[in-house]
Design a protein around this ligand. Sequence first.
Ligand code: OOG
Ligand code: NI
Length: 303
Amino acid sequence: MHFDEQKPLDIVLNDLFNHYRSHVADVSTITNALLKNGVINAQEDIVNDHIAFRTLGVPHLGIRSFEKIFLAYGYTRRDYYHFEEKKLHAYWYAPPTPNYPRIFVSELIVSALSLEAQQIIRKYTAPIVEDPVDKLDLANGEEVASFLQTPLWELPTSEEYKRLLAESEYAAWVIYNRYYLNHYTISIHELPDGYNTLEEFNAFVESLGITLNTAGGKIKTSEDGLLRQSSTVSTLYSASFSDGETLEIAGSYVEFAERGPLPEFSKVPKGQLKREHRRDGFETNNADKIFESTYTTQIKKDR
Ligand code: OOG
Ligand code: NI
């Protein structure tokens, strides 16, 4: 690439975040409470551990299409994850410099769904006969930002949505929400004492009246014990479908991650710990449960 990657990347990330914040009320609720309690002085004081996107594994879409945007901006593809039961693949991407968030991109293995569900998805995606990312000028941050908010396919009917939902909550989420930012993630270990353990932070979030995802327990812990994650449950929003029906459907959520120091850096004083000293990447079993933050089973559990 022959352009300065960081400027378009900044434009794209800021635009994604602004749309996300305006749709997900819990984002501002948490930020405002942290401001009020004097924990941070501005949204920018929150370190964004990672952001996540969902895609459909069909020709010209999916991870291999979506990743081109962030590879062009200096991101590097890292580990592969597979979610057998949810029929998903995923990769994470390391940022060009540590001041940018990691990115987690997943993809539905459409061919593993029932023929009926596949037909619904293919009905909407079949008109896409070339990779839409190839047509973008990636040096133009505004163009890429607006692409990420522009539908690539027509709205489904409410019946089709419900049919997908019954088989794959992920499929239903993507057919409606497309490339919307799925979540951003607050780095808990970067916050001051009183807020920098997941136990404390979860208690704070719940004190704001926000519901946490309980799939696999509120705190999901990696096998090495060093990556601990929690997330909110998506709130519902009113979505209009092509048949004129309106349904309350899941949108995006907020995640919290606590990354402990790697064994070789366990003696580094807390104030000197940098990102490279801490556990990196993701964990299949944690992620498997975090996906359920948009699932009806989590959203309806307290109703
Ligand atoms: C992503 C779920 C996985 C993580 O940090 O492990 C995840 C999603 O819900 O699309 O975010
Ligand atoms: Ni996440």
